[in-house]
Design a protein around this ligand. Sequence first.
Ligand code: AMP
Ligand code: TRP
Length: 327
Amino acid sequence: MKRLLTGLQPSGDLTIGSLIGGIKQSVEFQNNYDSFIFVPDLHAITVPQDATLLKERIKKNVALYLACGIDPNKNTIYLQSENLYHTNLSWVLECSTYIGEANRMTQYKEKSKSRENVSVGLFTYPILMAADILLYDAAYVPVGADQKQHVELARNLATRFNHTHGDIFTIPEPLIPKIGAKIMDLQNPTKKMSKSNENQKGIIFLLDSEEIIRKKIMSAVTDSEGKVYYDVENKPGISNLLTIYSSFSNLSIQEVEEKFKESNYGNLKKEVADLVVESLLQIQKKYQEFMESGIVDEVLNQGKEKVNELARKKYEMVCKSLGLGRY
Ligand code: AMP
Ligand code: TRP
C-alpha cells in the first residue's frame, strides 16, 4: 500500500474549508493508502500563538479528525512536535534550498504582507513541510489547492537531494480534490474561507452552533441577479454556496445547479444551511464523546512511537549520505 500523508494546522479552529479541502479526502483515502495524518503544531508557531489556546486546539483537532471519520486503526496519527527528526531534516533541506526558490512561495508573500514582524520561520515554513513529507516516503499528499506549490517544492528538493546523494527520498505527488477545492469566505466570496480571517461572520467553524451556522449562511453575500447558476467569475457568492452544497451532498455541481435552478436565493441558502447543520451536528456529537474519553492520548502515543522509529531510520540514511555523524 502506498503511503499518503497530510497535516492540518492547529493555528485556528477547523472550518468547513478544512473539512472539504483536507479531512474529507483523508477519510476517503484511508481505505486505499497507508495514511499518515499529523498536527503540524511547529508550523503553527510561525506566527504568534497563545500557549493555552494552542494546546487546547491540538487536542480538539485530533478529536475532530476522529469525529469526521478518520479511523485510528487505518491511520497513523501524531503530533509534529513530538518527533524531533522533522526539524532536523528541515535543516538539512534548508541547506539545499535556494533563496530564490523559497522567495517564490506565494503563501509566504500573502501571509507576510499583512504582518509587521515577519518571522524567519514563516519564510522557511515550506521547507519544514517538505521535511514532514519526505521523512516518511509519502507518495501522495492530499492538500487544498493553496498548498500545491509547497508540495512541488518538496518534490524539487527530493529530486535534487536524490540526484546528488543517491536514492534517499520518495518523490511525493499532491492530490488536489476535484470539487470543493476552494471554499470561499461567505462575506467575501472572492477570498478563501480561512480559519485565521478576522471577520468570523464569513467562516463556518466545525464547532459552530446550529443557530450560528444558519445565521452565517443566511447572511452570505450573493449578487443582485436573482438566478441560481454556477459562475465563479461573475457569481462568486452563489457559486460558493453551490460548491458547499455539492461537497456536503456528494452531488456534482451540475446536479446541484439543476436542483436549484428554479430556487430563489433565500431557498438556496436555507437548503444549504439545513444540509450543513445536519452534517456538522453529527460530527459535533461524536466530537464530544471523543473529548470526554482518553482516546486522543491513546492514539497520539501510538502514533508517536511508530513515527519516531521510521523517522530515525530515514534521518540516519540522510546523515550517512551527507557524511554527517558516525554512521
Ligand atoms: P487550514 O484549515 O487553512 O489549515 O488548511 C487545512 C487544509 O484544508 C489544507 O490542505 C488547506 O489547503 C485546506 N483548506 C483550508 N481552507 C480551505 C478552503 N477554504 N477551501 C479549500 N480547502 C481549504
Ligand atoms: N502547510 C499545511 C497547511 O497550511 C499544513 C502542513 C504542514 C502539511 N506540513 C504538511 C500538509 C505536510 C501536508 C503535508 O495546511
